[in-house]
Design a protein. Structure first.
Length: 155
């Protein structure tokens, strides 16, 4: 069952946050923090909710099988681009035990439905190049690359 996570329930997603952080540290140890403080994480997600972001969870078998954090990104028109209002999927994680069971697609589907109800017809997300699971999830959810980010060294 997909539902909104309330601020006092944030500790429920911390084991999943640890899973995704471990993946990031394993692949980019020079970039990501290896240790996370639970109180700081609760504060981080509480602040996101207070800003109006949405945190969805999918509960299965009495556990949190996955979560998604998203927000509405509103950009004003400028000299180079038109005004736009899109959803942005900032974070998504599916517990290892629930992978390949439709949890990620269900969370994205719930996000899409909420965005449609707001009159928003598109969404964006970004993920790290090493994350094959995210690549597959985004493709299966109808998302396609439209902007490429690269990284280089100065020496």
């Amino acid at each position: 069952m997909i539902r909104h996570l309330q601020a006092d329930e944030i500790p429920l997603i911390l084991p999943l946050v640890a899973q995704v952080q471990a993946l990031h540290v394993r692949h980019e140890p020079g970039y990501f923090q290896p240790d996370q403080d639970d109180a700081a994480l609760v504060g981080f997600y509480s602040a996101r909710l207070a800003e109006g972001q949405t945190l969805l969870i999918d509960e299965r078998q009495g556990r949190v099988a996955g979560y998604a954090l998203f927000f509405v990104d509103e950009r004003l028109e400028n000299l180079f681009s038109k005004a736009r209002r899109v959803g942005h999927l900032d974070q998504i994680c599916v517990d290892h035990e629930f992978r390949r069971q439709g949890v990620g697609r269900a969370l994205i589907g719930a996000m899409q439905a909420q965005l449609r109800a707001l009159g928003i017809d598109g969404w964006t997300a970004d993920y790290w190049a090493f994350n094959a699971a995210s690549y597959a999830l985004m493709r299966s959810s109808g998302a396609r690359p439209f902007r490429i980010m690269v990284r280089g060294q100065t020496g």
